[in-house]
Design a binder for this molecule. Structure first.
Ligand code: KG4
Ligand code: ZN
Length: 346
């Protein structure tokens, strides 16, 4: 089965072709970074309009690269949510229309399920069950993954997502957008111990509840950075030290919560996915943790950590292969919990 994947939930137009026999045939990404650069963040209306401009040419290109004609495509997968409503609707309208024109089924994919299963685009992926840490610009959560579509949230952010904290801190430091890679770059020359930023919700380990202490909070960390930069002239050495200290605090929080989740559940595998999983300090730290605990940790290929069409094509293939498809209507779910995705019929 050959599936065309369309990702337009935020500021990346991602297109891919996945084949059940031959794996990923081709994939392309158009990043809107330059378009939003002057605004310091994603402008939803501009994002939607640019997806309209870029998606079809990218689809043509990917099909050419994979030497694939419409007759060879068995289904279409598009991100149906969560994300920016207008941007999602572009992908949904396009995916649904192509499916109608080509007489093939279309399926709407949950963006975070795409991230969750992105390690399957690499050799030697994990087997169910496992624990997943999903870290992106809009989500920070730990989930107990029992089967495809059966996800229980163990903990999530009560305020900002960790990617959002990276983005806001980068903006504050004048490092531009997107903040994650910019902070990581600036932090390379910095001293992570110069500022002892807080590690919110890790100080006291709660003992009650089913999965105590697995929620996250990042707004306090961001506020601590605001305080640190007050009345300071932002020169490169100071910026590097703040970036390094911030990154160390964010990585610490994520690693501590993973350790608690692994201990509480006894799980032996950890999947880490979503844009922030591209962070090398986080990868290093979680590899150390996994060695200490005797657990295996899985990351996507760095290019599939951040948004891409390949993960959507892959999840779409799994769902279409299980006979799941959308009715003949165009819709999007801007807000949608991973617990509501639904298990596949097998
Ligand atoms: O998954 P993603 O591409 O889009 C969403 O679904 O949100 O994640 C984007 C987020 C942004 O907040 C970005 O700053 C962050 O991932 N990010 C990183 C790195 N690369 C991207 N954060 C830390 N370190 C990185 N290397
Ligand atoms: Zn994403």
């Amino acid at each position: 089965m050959r599936v065309l994947g369309i990702e337009t939930s935020c500021d990346d137009t991602g297109i891919a072709l996945y084949d059940s026999e031959d794996g990923l045939l081709a994939h392309r990404l158009f990043s809107q970074i330059e378009l939003h650069l002057d605004y310091g963040g994603v402008v939803p209306e501009l994002a939607s309009r640019d997806h309209i401009r870029k998606a079809l040419p990218l689809i043509r290109r990917v099909m050419q690269e994979a030497n694939t004609t419409p007759e060879q495509i068995h289904g279409i997968a598009y991100t149906i949510g969560p994300g920016l409503a207008g941007a999602l609707l572009v992908g949904a309208a396009l995916g649904r229309s192509l499916s109608y024109a080509w007489h093939v089924p279309a399926v709407g994919v949950h963006h975070m399920e795409g991230h969750l299963l992105s390690p399957w685009l690499s050799p030697d992926p994990p087997a169910f069950p496992f624990i997943a840490l999903l870290v992106s610009g809009g989500h920070t959560l730990l989930a107990d993954v029992q089967a495809l579509g059966r996800y229980s949230i163990l903990g999530e952010s009560v305020d900002d997502a960790v990617g959002e904290a990276f983005d806001k801190t980068a903006k504050l430091l004048g490092l531009g957008y997107p903040g994650g890679p910019a902070i990581a770059r600036a932090a390379l020359g910095g001293n992570p111990q110069r500022f002892s930023f807080p590690r919110p919700m890790t100080e006291r380990r709660k003992t009650h509840g089913a999965h105590p202490g697995l929620d996250f909070s990042f707004s306090g960390l961001k506020t601590a950075v605001v305080t640190a930069v007050q009345n300071q002239t932002l020169m490169p050495p100071l910026i590097a030290d703040i970036a390094a200290s911030f990154e160390a605090a964010a990585v610490d929080v994520l690693a501590i919560k993973c350790e608690w989740a692994l201990e509480q559940t006894g799980a032996k595998q950890l999947v880490v996915a979503g844009g922030v999983s591209a962070n090398l300090k986080l990868r290093e730290r979680l590899k150390q943790l996994s060695e200490k605990l005797g657990v295996r940790v899985y990351f996507p290929r760095p290019e599939f950590s951040t948004d891409n069409g390949a993960m959507i094509a892959y999840v779409g293939y799994l769902r279409l292969a299980a006979d799941q498809s959308e009715p003949l209507s165009i819709g999007a779910r801007a807000r949608w919990s991973i617990e509501e995705i639904g298990v596949l019929k097998t």
